[in-house]
Design a binder for this molecule. Sequence first.
Ligand code: GDP
Length: 642
Amino acid sequence: MPGAGGRPGGRPGGPRRPRRKGRRRRNREELQPQGIATYTPQDAPVPEGEVVIERGSTAKDLGPKLNRSAADVVRFLLQQGEMITATQTLSDDMIELFAADVAAAVRLVDPGQEQEVGLQQLLAVLDEEDENEEDLRLRPPVITVLGHVDHGKTLLLDRIRSANVAGDEAGGITQHIGAYQVEKDGRLLTFIDTPGHEAFTAMRARGAEATDIVVLVVAADDGVMPTTVEALAHARAAEVPIVVAINKVDRENADPDRVRQQLSEQGLVPEAWGGDTIMVEISALQNLGIDDLLDNLLVVAELEDLRANPEGRAYGVVLEAKLDVGRGPVATVLVQRGLLKVGDPMVAGAAWGRVRALIDDRGDQVKEAGPSVPVQVLGLSEVAEAGDDFVIAPDDRTARRVGETRGQYARIKNIAADSSAITTGVKLEDIFEQIQKGEAATLNLVLKADVNGSLEALTDSLRKLEREEVKIVFVHRAVGGISENDVQLAATTGATIIGFNVRPDRKSRDLADTEDVEIRTYEIIYQVLEDIGNALVGLLAPEYEELITGEAEVREVFRVPRIGAVAGCYVRSGTITRNAGVRFLREGTIIWKGTVNSLRRFKDDVREVAAGFECGIGLSDFQDLKPGDVIETFARREIPRS
Ligand code: GDP
């Protein structure tokens, strides 16, 4: 039963519908006499040569590409009998018709396709730069530590780091950003400090080859374990040289010879036995043999002759990424070639932005980072994924275009990969009815959460709710606030949006209203599961609608003696009331919840402040607001279920 309980009848602007020419003509005659603005082709020249247009473009996208306005496109289509708004998807036919009318040559491509090509070209440009042998300089080796659990990987990484922090400032504050550099005899080594092969293989699975040398840690008392063999296989698959660290030699029952024997059986024969594998005995606990290990790593690095061009646009890989409350999306990247600089227009996966700041592994701001240097990057539009590559685009516009299109592309691929069954989902409130009718129901969800951890946890738990008669499909899952894009996606797929510790902004909320998309927000995982579990058995709890009663934007934060921090705000909509429930949002993510504890206009305490006015909101225990944050007050109201 198509569309049951979902989006009735589908919307215009969904999948393209072929139109018959006859109908167009008739409508044109009907429409014109009614005085609807006639489309007059402008004289403005269209771009020369072939213009690339993405399938599914809107009039707003199409018009400007052909030197026309969105309104021109809309008016033209209206004359052809197609009632379409500037933001609705155009069919291929419509795009071609319009192009023909303005005598432009267009080539239709799938979304993302052209940008991927563009990106490849970008990379090709960088490749060319790299081909200049004389520009290549030695770079530090990038080292990953693998081995069985509890064999001492973490302690080894800590020891190396604390003993040899680059530029050694004893006692200097170190910061875990996912990788660090140390100095040994005037030479640098870069260590990736997420040990274990899960991260290593996850990166490789995404096509990232970040590691030059693998240190395989084997505890001398425990010997070669299944994970050791697995790690070895991964290192071999990556075709990187392996240096063995036989750890815990301080232990009484340590038996390094047995380890060498076991490793030989795996094809790793120690140099001492005529093989070519370097094996170093160490004790991470007692700090023994660490220098020896580093020396050997430098020897291997030298043999590998690792080189990169330290100039030009940077290229590299994302090691870690997260959403930081104070700083927005933060990505730790490893530069693989070129020089990464503050101000560079970066694209990392679908994230893009101008590099606002670079922070090194000691927490210091730096201006630039060269090959093999790990740095945190601030200023990206969203949370990139570990294993994404990054490039520096020639300009901001290109960075944005590539990033945004990749995002769309990923979403489309996501949908395709997750299910062939994304037709139209059934609304949460209607799902039980459908199940009762004995029809298999699909619950489409768009899942947004504040951090990756909760996103994964939610996904796993929700999957467990799946039953034969109900299929749960994640149309899209991502970290971050609920955006208009999410709502649009939910609208086209009939999905319900679940937000965990994140909120929609006003624009997304408005769009959800017009598109009739249900957004449910939660702050406790258990409640999400309970709600959805209940919906599946027809017991959907009364929905508490949250009425956003007021929304204020923080303009400035200042300190008032005896009162503490006060946020100077501008009330954008509704009213802010004292003692109302309040949430502080930064980029759509909830950063604090509580109540308004003082409200002032000028020097007076007031009970409420209406839209269009400025006010001071006293902050109690939460003092970390910044200009641009949003303060939202709300009330709860039960919505009776039909
Ligand atoms: P990982 O799981 O491989 O990261 O292992 P950890 O670094 O967490 O170490 C596991 C345990 O072994 C910890 O209790 C360490 O203190 C201990 N350990 C690590 N290295 C040594 C060592 O050289 N000698 C001894 N005796 N214990 C060690």
